[in-house]
Design a binder for this molecule. Sequence first.
Ligand code: PEP
Ligand code: MG
Length: 763
Amino acid sequence: MSIEKTRPPHGGHGDQGITVLLKRMRDAVAEEVSAQDRLDLLTKVIASHVVADVCSIYLRRPDDVLELYSTQGLKREAVHNTRLNWGEGLVGLVAKRHSPMVTSEAPKHPAFAYRPETGEDPLHSFLGVPLVRSGKTLGVLVIQNRAAREYTFEEIEAVQAVATLLAEIAASGELLSVEETEAVGAMLHRPEKLKGFGIVSGVALGRAVFLQPPAPKHKVFAKDPAAEAARLEEGLTDLRRSVDQMITSNASLSGVSREVLETYRLFAYDRGWKDRLRAAVFSGLTAESAVDQVKAENRARLSQSRDPYLRERLHDLDDLSNRLLRHLSGEKNGGERDLFEETILFARTMGPAELLEYDRKRLKGLVLGEVSATSHVAIVARALKLPMVTGALDAMELTEEGDQAVIDGDAGGIHIRPPSEALEFYRVKQTRYHELEAIYASEKSLPSITKDGVEITIQMNAGLALDLPFLEGTGASGVGLFRTELQFLIGSQLPSVAMQESLYKEALDLADGKPVVFRTADIGGDKTAPYMDHGNEVNPAMGWRGVRMAVDRPGMIRPQLRALLSAAADQTLWVMFPFITLTAEVDEIKSLLDLEIDRARRHGKGLPKDIKIGVMIETPAAAWRADLIAQKVDFLSVGGNDLAQFYFAADRDSERVQRRYDPMNAGFLSFLKETVEKVSRTGTPLSYCGEQTADAVTAAALIGVGVRQFSLPAAFVGPFRRLVRSLDAAEISAWMEKHSVTPEATLRPSFTQFLKDSGAVVE
Ligand code: PEP
Ligand code: MG
């Protein structure tokens, strides 16, 4: 049925009506009577307010059965007798789905479960709203009417507001008996096991801390409304001051980030918001509950909106309400907060700069809501070796700050309040992980040569100065891919030549003579900087990015080349250009480099003693002409992440097409083999820097198609060296040759079996 926004047929609803209702609820809760009588009084108050024939409260028992605890309108003998299983009947469905449900013809609904003892035969309309707290359904509030009528938007809103309060009261101990409140508490603190996506491997144990801490616990009703109003006023003044301060101290912010802050300011000063908060306080709520209350009303209103912009504003309003709650309780925000000795940070999203603000000794792992593997916060987390899991969207709702948490960055597991056996299991796994790291470190000087004597060069990928110490720690022979765009994406403005030069210099110093291949900024695609206008490209991954941007608008690449030339003065400069499709682009980009060399000479600046120019092969067009391109440069590197994306026409970041993006596909491997052979006939060295080599089976397959030089994330250098030493390159090549025309979708199972049979270390 549709939820129409019409005025209710009777007076007393809307904001005004809710205020009256809340007052009556406060009086009911304050009655010195038994818990059951108090509950009955509440159902009566609610029923009369929304003009319902029936108002019932079902509460969830520890065995997940929903029991009728109180009713106004159903037969009394049904109380504590009528029970529904989780998901059973309309009530069970509301609980299971976590969301309200309305129907004007309940008996006709396929999920309807008839309970004769309730005497509900003549009832037609049904409105059920879950009582949700900390992400868990504690019960269901049900409104029923004899007539087959449609509930108005205002009625639904009022019932939702009441349900929010009921859940809060149930958890606070103001409603139920001591034992029942304890049972609710136990339910809220049950262990939870969630499945997300492992983005940075490793196991982390610690206590949960939220990037935006949740609202602290508080009383629902207050005795002195005037005092609460004064607290509210003070909280609002503090909030406004802090938002103003945020805007002044981020004066350089532009684009979306700036917009977000301005919206915050608009909301913080909004008269209507303040009036509604005050009205809620004068109805008898504490300032904190008033904030919750108005937040729930906004939520009910805005979440129905078809306008995505308005729905998005809901997050801003929620964030602002949470900030106000923290001002009311005097708690600190974000990065200034004290961390536990071992902390797991939870956030819906976060930027790489925010991550860098946290104390690295105490921060052990990250749980983020909506972040992909190639996002910048993920790249920074990898550099910091912080295990990270994403995609478990309700993780924050099911967790409370201070809860014990374990994350498994390999399997994508998140355990909240794990039982002691699980904790023990992960401690062992973590120890094993550290032992393996120690083993890899002890093997860092062993030659990376296959059993049949083929030498494999191992370099590592980097993007921050923070990565460089891993060169020494892993024994990698250099940095085969330094993603310079990170510096451009992390900051709020274009980095100056001096800033760029200083980063490159620092990287070269830390590399201590080992080569560092600087890949010029690959901005565009999914990597957009807040201060850049890319227009509205429908398909940014295939849009104006990488070298295309560089040759069309040299204003950004030329200062970068200047910084690189200067940073590598008197050394060898390795510079690599991304996202080539046409051989002509190689000439264009080289002439830009020549212009900068001339400029440096004219200005009497020092220059590198040698310059090695390379390009990335990351489009099928470039792979097809790889031999021609190879003749124009000193080295090539296959960017397998992008090359596979364009070979399969499957977005590297899309979950849905992951199955179709398979580097173990026989066609893709034979395509690589031809590319490698084509290039090797020219004598130009070629490496592979796509992150697929993090997987041992794929890495072995790449050796099988002739790749002899790799650049991979630091964490995989150790395992990769072990793998290389356990392989027979000739055997693998022969296997690959034999299976290159196989029509099966993936060679993974058969090749894995082959590797295991031949004693390769693939796990
Ligand atoms: C690639 O595409 O394989 C690559 C290494 O570049 P990036 O992941 O930065 O796009
Ligand atoms: Mg790429």
